[in-house]
Design a protein around this ligand. Structure first.
Ligand code: AHR
Length: 513
């Protein structure tokens, strides 16, 4: 962006926010919007894992995306796309791999040892293309180390065995002396990987085996029985949870788990489907997609409450380990860039921020979330092709909201809540308060007046991500079209005052008095 949008003229101010509707210089209405932020009401820690990511062997996410190979003309670090590593470093607290649906057809032994000797298999879920297994466990862990991410491995339950999963855990985590740990050392990694997060299957109600919740519980008990701590790291085992808010799956699974439960996490998936190609959305189609976010919030609250009926001590964490927008795919793009490639627009950025606000507000109920996916698939942070690597609007939303991590989420109340209206999340650590404000409306600006309860502010700075065209995107042809920039915010003691143009995401860093 952008033509400048400032509040000067309205700044007088905030008192004027009580006027019915102010009019901006740019011709859209500017509606007054009141918010209260109550620092005394703590919701829970925003664990770094709540900003997790997901990489699957699907389309060009791994091959051609994150991994270009050591002999590639594309600048790389031991085969990893250099630009992607630089962009992602420090932004990905946890990375889930290798699927997705791919995980339940993946046999980890195919992906270890000298690359030239690895078998060529068929990626049956995602187009029957040849998988040369050149990116396997050691390469994945290497990527995690380069970008500072905690690895999260998804085990194969659908077509695998309990033995295969326990051997993978031994390969990764046993210090030394067993054949599998020595094999890891011979493959270049003498130190154990100490992988903590292990998925026991993926979508086992669908691509992971087409099971019922009770059938899966029977298998889960067998698999988890052998999924032990093979080293210092106690595994955090994640059971497959429901599609969306499907309570039947949750009840059948937990109803058949018995009392001896080796479950640390229960992972639901929730996609926000789009009715159109990503750069062709109408405002009405966008609003329909945005209306999925209150549904996600409801699903988190209801699934957590249901989980509590089986887990009164709250020992099991709820995960949302796949979420994001899933639009109609453009056939030519699928051919050119691989399966599930979609452009990421200003609409997608607003959706990402609506999702992250839900996640922050429900931080007390969540152990981890993973947006799907990291490069060239669905909600990509980065789009990569040949030597090009573009930061999408979703990337910027994660970058702008990163300051919430490791802070405590605090209560926010919007004066006049609407299903697709002003969205807010806030968090605090000591004298720092972080705020994310999202205006999802395509045609109305908002004059926001935030009252701080229990604290007052000394100073504040803000950044904005905004483009007036909901279908605008950072593409290979226009890589720098949308990027964050500084934004005006005024501090008046216990009040913060700022404006949100239509379709905008604002983050504020507030220093408390
Ligand atoms: O993220 C793409 C696919 O969506 C995953 O492989 C699967 O788990 C889900 O259905």
């Amino acid at each position: 962006m952008s033509k400048s949008f400032t509040r000067r003229g309205f700044m007088l101010g905030a008192g004027a926010a009580s006027a019915a509707i102010l009019t901006s210089r740019r011709g859209f209405s500017l509606e007054p919007a009141g918010v209260t932020i109550d620092a005394s009401k703590e919701i829970g820690l925003i664990r770094p894992e709540l900003h997790g990511q997901f990489a699957e062997h699907l389309g060009s996410c791994v091959y051609g995306g994150l991994w270009v190979g050591k002999d590639s003309p594309v600048p790389n670090i031991d085969g990893y796309r250099k630009q992607a590593v630089e962009y992602l470093k420090g932004l990905v607290p946890v990375l889930r791999w290798p699927g997705g649906c791919f995980a339940d057809d993946y046999h980890w032994r195919d992906g270890v040892g000298p690359a030239a000797r690895r078998p060529k298999t068929v990626n049956a879920h995602w187009g029957n293309n040849i998988e040369d297994n050149s990116f396997g466990t050691n390469e994945f862990i290497g990527l995690c180390r380069l970008i500072g991410a905690e690895p999260y491995l998804s085990g194969n339950v659908g077509s695998g065995t309990p033995e295969e999963l326990r051997d993978w855990m031994e390969y990764c985590n046993y210090p030394k002396g067993s054949s599998l740990s020595d094999q890891r050392a011979a493959n270049g990694a003498p130190e154990p990987f100490n992988v903590k997060y292990w998925g026991v299957g993926n979508e086992n109600w669908g691509c992971g085996g087409q099971m019922n919740g009770d059938e899966y519980a029977t298998l889960y008990r067998r698999f988890s029985n052998y999924a032990r701590a093979f080293g210092e790291t106690r595994p955090f085992l994640v059971a497959c949870g429901p599609s969306g808010n499907n309570k039947d799956w949750t009840q059948k699974f937990w109803g058949n788990m018995g009392t001896r439960r080796a479950v640390q996490g229960f992972a639901m998936h929730f996609y926000s489907r789009g009715a159109n190609f990503s750069t062709k959305f109408t405002p009405a189609e966008m609003q329909r997609q945005f209306s999925s976010f209150p549904e996600i919030e409801k699903a988190i609250i209801e699934q957590r409450a249901l989980l509590d009926t089986y887990d009164s001590q709250k020992q099991v964490g709820l995960l949302l380990d796949e979420w994001g927008v899933w639009d109609r795919m453009v056939p030519e793009e699928q051919t050119q860039y691989g399966r599930l490639f979609q452009q990421i627009t200003m609409r997608s950025a607003v959706a990402a921020a609506l999702g992250l606000n839900v996640i922050h507000r429900q931080a007390g109920k969540l152990a981890m979330t993973n947006i799907a996916q990291i490069v060239n698939v669905l909600y990509s942070m980065l789009l990569a092709d040949g030597a090009q690597c573009v930061r999408t609007t979703t990337y910027y939303v994660y970058e702008m909201t990163k300051a919430h991590l490791s802070q405590t989420s605090i209560a926010v109340a919007v004066e006049k809540p609407e299903p697709v209206g002003l969205s807010v999340s806030a968090s605090r650590k000591g004298g720092e308060l972080t705020l994310t404000l999202v205006n999802p409306k395509p045609d109305a600006g908002m004059a926001v007046n935030c009252s701080l309860a229990g604290v007052s502010a000394r100073s504040a700075t803000a950044r904005i991500l905004h483009h007036e065209d909901l279908n605008a995107a950072n593409t290979f042809a226009t890589p720098g079209r949308i990027a964050p920039r500084d934004h005006q915010i005024a501090v008046e003691g216990a009040r913060l005052v700022t404006d949100l143009p239509p379709l905008s995401v604002v983050t504020a860093a507030v220093r408390l008095a």
